[in-house]
Design a protein around this ligand. Structure first.
Ligand code: MF3
Ligand code: CO
Ligand code: CO
Length: 266
């Protein structure tokens, strides 16, 4: 599928519904992030909530993936498999990544949550990553280049001592989970494809406290930093509009357990 699929107004209307369900599911799943809860309990909620809303959790059976969402704790970069053995503890940072399929359309969104009381280092990493996504989104408008997104993210993260993951990128999304469009979170401004109205893609920077290099565990999914330092991520699905973009997975209420501390400053 080499072409980039531009979406019509009608497509966007349908896809918006999938995106809204994904973000609503993430809001509710995030409320469960408390010490003592297993990541499997959160996954069970995600499965049931999705089915109840006449949708399908896209990760389930996707290329053999065994669960309904990804939950990535601390040094896990992404694709953490929910498990009854993974019990959240005070101070953890917990990324929940939700992808819903509704009426054949996909919505993909994730956020990193604080479990209990975070350390200052954890707050700095998570808030930097949250800002990286915002900065990436701010680059998106027709005639800008894909490289502008990654360049802006990199220019924010690296001077603060963080690194940007290279191995995973944002992606086109629509009727397929991963469409043929890649959005690196690093790169050079003015380079890469020209952004066009009607493109739909994710931006989902993974930012590491240490080095960007990672490896995959024997389960073939869980991606972990080589230096075991922590990693955070935020993701939205968006559509390019006439003069910017619409964040299709925007939240209609605050994310409990992922709120920027009132006294936080960069
Ligand atoms: N939701 C992830 C993304 O943002 C992909 C997860 S693939 C899975 O692209 F199979 F692990 F679910
Ligand atoms: Co994605
Ligand atoms: Co995702």
């Amino acid at each position: 599928m080499p072409e980039i699929i531009l979406k019509s107004a009608e497509d966007i209307k349908a896809m918006r519904k999938a995106c809204r369900l994904a973000s609503k599911t993430l809001i509710e799943a995030g409320k469960m992030v408390e010490p003592g809860v297993s990541t499997l309990e959160i996954d069970d909620f995600v499965y049931n909530y999705t089915i109840k809303h006449h949708a399908i959790p896209a990760p389930l059976n996707y290329e053999g993936y065994p669960k309904s969402c990804c939950i990535s704790v601390n040094e896990v970069v992404c694709h953490g498999i929910p498990s009854k053995k993974t019990i959240l503890k005070d101070g953890d940072i917990v990324n929940i990544d939700i992808t819903s399929i509704l009426d054949g359309w996909h919505g993909d969104v994730n956020a990193t949550f604080y479990c209990g009381k975070p350390s200052p280092d954890a707050i700095n990493l998570v808030e930097t990553t949250r800002r990286c996504l915002e900065i990436g989104i701010a680059q998106v408008r027709p005639d800008a280049r894909i490289g502008d997104i990654g360049a802006a993210i990199q220019a924010f993260a690296e001077p603060r001592g963080f690194s940007v993951v290279r191995d995973y990128v944002g992606h086109g999304i629509g009727r397929a989970f991963h469409e043929n469009l890649q959005i690196p979170h690093f790169g050079r401004a003015g380079h890469g494809l020209r952004i066009r109205e009607g493109m739909t893609f994710t931006i989902e920077p993974m930012i590491n406290a240490g080095d960007w290099r990672l490896h995959i565990l024997d389960d073939h999914w869980t991606s972990v930093t080589n230096d075991r330092k922590w990693s955070a991520q935020f993701e939205h699905t968006l559509v390019v509009t006439k003069d910017g973009c619409e964040v299709m997975t925007a939240f209609d209420e605050p994310l409990v357990h992922s709120i920027t501390p009132a006294d936080f400053k960069f």
